[in-house]
Design a protein around this ligand. Structure first.
Ligand code: ZN
Length: 157
């Protein structure tokens, strides 16, 4: 993505946030925009601890409570999505930016012989899933808004 496109994307998501905060009557604090920008600079999934550490490294002091609170806001505003990548991480959800992303699904690979320790998370997009969605919509006369699909496994020898 070039710098100009990135800048355009930032102004779009900031506007989404601004309107959301206004609509909900929440305070329009600058730190929310800073956190949002950090999230949209990330290429990978993250959890609250990752984000907290990142903000500390950037000498930007926000409390974990603020991060939790801000994450809830971003989720509700449709700016990020939440994942549970495994039993071990049940206490710590993962998140990712979602506003410009195509829908994709996740393959969670555990380290072999470990107690569900995550080795790698692969994102994939399989058009057959859209096909399943279309036929389910037709069969049951519904509109499907979202779905959740995770595959869990280990690498073959
Ligand atoms: Zn993802």
């Amino acid at each position: 993505m070039d710098a100009k496109q990135k800048e355009l994307n930032f102004s779009t998501i900031k506007e989404v946030l601004r309107q959301y905060l206004q609509h909900k009557g929440f305070r329009n604090t600058p730190e929310r925009y800073t956190i949002l920008e950090e999230i949209y600079n990330m290429e990978h999934h993250f959890n609250v601890d990752d984000l907290y550490l990142l903000m500390m490294q950037k000498k930007y002091h926000v409390s974990k409570a603020t991060i939790y609170n801000t994450i809830e806001i971003f989720l509700d505003a449709g700016l990020i999505r939440k994942h549970q990548f495994g039993e071990k991480t049940m206490t710590s959800s993962s998140y990712e930016k979602s506003y410009f992303d195509k829908q994709h699904d996740h393959l969670v690979i555990y380290k072999k012989g470990s107690d569900k320790e995550i080795q790698e998370i692969i994102e994939f997009c399989d058009p057959r899933i859209q096909g399943i969605k279309d036929s389910i919509e037709a069969a049951f006369g519904v509109n499907i808004d979202s779905h959740s699909l995770y595959f869990y496994g280990t690498k073959k020898d």
